[in-house]
Design a protein around this ligand. Sequence first.
Ligand code: HEM
Length: 532
Amino acid sequence: MVEFQFPFFNPKSITMLVFLFFISCYYLWQKWQQYKSTEPKQAPAPPGAWPIIGHLHMLHNVKLPHHALGAMADKYGPLFRLQLGSRSALVVSSWEMAKESMCVNDAAAASRPGVSGTKHFSYDFAAFGLAPYSPYWREIRKVTHMELLSNPRVDQFKNTMFGEVKTSLRELHETWAAQKDGSGQVEVEMKRWFGDVIVNMLLKIIIGKRCVGPNAEGGEKQAKDFQLAIRDSFHLMGQGLLRDYIPLIGRLGFNGQVKVMENIATRFDMVLREWLDEHKLNRTSSCCGRKDGDFMDALVSLYDGKEIEGYYDGDTIIKATTLNMVAGGTESTTVTLTWAMSLLINNPHVLERAQQELDTVVGRDRQLKESDIPNLVYLKSIIKETMRMYPAGPLLGPREFYKDCIVAGYFVPKGTQLIPNIWKIQTDPRVWPDPFEFKPERFLTTHKNVDLKGNNFELIPFGSGRRGCPGLAFGLQMVHFALAGFLHSFDVKNPTKEPIDMSENFGMANEKVVPLNVSVTSRLPSHLYTIN
Ligand code: HEM
């Protein structure tokens, strides 16, 4: 009988099969290598990422993220990637990388992430400063530019703004006269004082009335509530919520912080609703140098009873845009003024030089005028140096790439968050010798060509590109008026022998932790404070 033999079970066939197997493996391995070499490479990520949470544990319990990320940049370089739970982030820490990501890739990096803070504090993204990149964002940004923030508008408002500063200085002089001690001094908390001056300037132009202080034209309680809600919202936004990075946390019902956010949003809405009702009822005929009323009046004329199709109804647009302007303009300017004054007290030679400049340009026998500001070059360099060392937003606003792009040769997928560490960039010793020393004169000598407009990436406290701050001219005008007015009108001293505590409290704005108490003495003849 012929025995049937299965053809593969002989030594020859087995050798053949093994040979074929190895050939196929080699072929596949080569294909894989080819594929890998064409796949775009992403920026390097620090080691130590954990499953699910990624690098989040490295930022847990960190008090000042800009310092922690700065220390990481020293180790891993000026461009690195972090996995923050389910979200990816690109951290940039040199001016070259900031230029690559925010100028070369300006269009791609022009969105904002949809996280709890940006959603709840913006009427569901109707406040354009927190909205994703979209035709809606473009339209409202254009409207605010035309109605409020353009250079001609800022010029138009300067008398009104300056008038508000003068009223605040008069009020402070009255307090000083009534409460000064035996040595002719009165103690003032400057964070609060600057906060009130700024809110009065802003509200006068946005809703048409001064709201805080003895000469308030009404609405003081709402304005104060609003100020507090702004502070709370900036603080929460800076912290971020874990549920935005690990969505499971939200699904499991851990939503305590969201409730806090909703509560703040309700506080905003109560005040905005009242302001809107007032504006619908009484349209101001002229205000702040413009014939068609204040900024909210302008929004009411544009959007009352209308909608932007596919986006929001008129009331939501008006409230959200007003909120955006008041919130955007309050914290950044107030923290800048508070840091400037703290730095001046800790550096008395700079304070003395600033007041000498005021005496030379203005003198002590007349009031400061807004037309003096362009001549106060040293004072303006004090503000630049303050913004370099203590930028109001050390990590700028929250940014997101809304399309794939290449940054410095690395592939950045759509949806990646962009974190420009401008505190690190602005203290880079390659660009700024003695980066932690307060030297305003550098802006009159070695760095005199560096401006704040977002073109010199070594100094970008207002950000840069499409999402850069639209309130630059408006904000600088408020800051220059308030600081120049105060330093011209009052002498100021540290009431203790201890240097001013410079601890920072991280939020979306870089707040000073400890209040700034200073001793103030009148500097001008009394009658000058009463002239309007
Ligand atoms: C010292 C004053 C100010 C500083 C330092 C400052 C800083 C900033 C920064 C860092 C950003 C984020 C930029 C980015 O992501 O690249 C920003 C955005 C913004 N700022 Fe300012 N700002 C100031 C004053 C103002 C004022 C006075 C207003 C309005 C009245 C304003 C309204 C806004 C708005 C609406 C945005 C968002 C823009 C957008 O997303 O399209 N800011 N600001």
